[in-house]
Design a protein around this ligand. Structure first.
Ligand SMILES: [Fe+2]
Ligand SMILES: [Fe+2]
Length: 178
C-alpha cells in the first residue's frame, strides 16, 4: 500500500483507541470523578488537536480537494458529507467542552457518546469507501505527492506534539482500564 493513505488509516486507529477510552471512562462517573475529569479533559484535548487539527485538516486541505478536482460527483456527494461531519464534530466538541467546564458531567458524557458514535461511522465510511476511491483516482506519483504534503502539515503543526498526543492516548487506555 502506498504510504500516503496509510498515514490516515494509522491516525484512524489511534483515534479509535481514544473513542474506546472515552467509552470506558464513563464507568468512572460517580466512582472516581477526579479521574473521570482528568481523562475527559485529556480526551477533549486529543480530539480537538489530534483528531481535528492533525487529521481532519489533512483530509480537508489536502485529500478532499485533490479528489474533488478529479471527480465533481464526489465533491457534491461523499466529500461534502465528510466536510459536514467535520463541521458537526467541531461544534459538538465545543458543546462538550462547555458542559465539561460547567461540571455538567452527565450532559458532557451523553454528548461525547453521540460524538464518538458519529466518529466511528465517519471513520468506517472513509476507510471502506472514500480511501478506496482515492486509490483508484490517483496515480502512484500523485499519491506520493499527497504523502509529502501530509508530512509537511504534521511538521508545521509539530511532529513531537503529534507523538505526545498518541502516547497520551496509549497511557490513558491503560489508566482507564485499571
Ligand atoms: Fe474525516
Ligand atoms: Fe478521517
Amino acid at each position: 500500500m502506498n504510504n500516503s493513505l496509510k498515514v490516515l488509516y494509522d491516525e484512524h486507529e489511534i483515534i479509535t483507541g481514544a473513542i474506546e477510552t472515552a467509552r470506558s471512562a464513563k464507568s468512572l462517573i460517580g466512582i472516581n470523578d477526579e479521574e473521570y475529569e482528568l481523562a475527559i479533559s485529556e480526551l477533549i484535548r486529543f480530539f480537538r488537536v489530534y483528531a481535528d487539527q492533525y487529521h481532519h485538516h489533512k483530509e480537508e486541505e489536502i485529500l478532499f480537494p485533490e479528489m474533488a478536482k478529479k471527480n465533481e460527483l464526489l465533491a457534491d456527494g461523499i466529500l461534502k458529507e465528510m466536510y459536514d461531519h467535520h463541521t458537526w464534530f467541531r461544534e459538538m466538541l465545543k458543546a462538550i467542552e462547555l458542559d465539561f467546564e460547567h461540571k455538567q458531567y452527565l450532559a458532557a458524557s451523553e454528548k461525547l457518546d453521540e460524538y464518538t458514535e458519529a466518529l466511528v461511522s465517519h471513520i468506517a465510511i472513509e476507510n471502506e469507501e472514500l480511501f478506496q476511491a482515492a486509490y483508484t483516482l490517483f496515480s502512484d506519483d500523485e499519491l506520493e505527492n499527497i504523502y509529502f504534503r501530509f508530512v509537511d502539515l504534521d511538521r508545521e503543526l509539530g511532529d513531537s506534539k503529534k507523538l505526545d498526543l498518541s502516547e497520551l492516548i496509549s497511557e490513558l487506555i491503560l489508566e482507564v482500564k485499571n
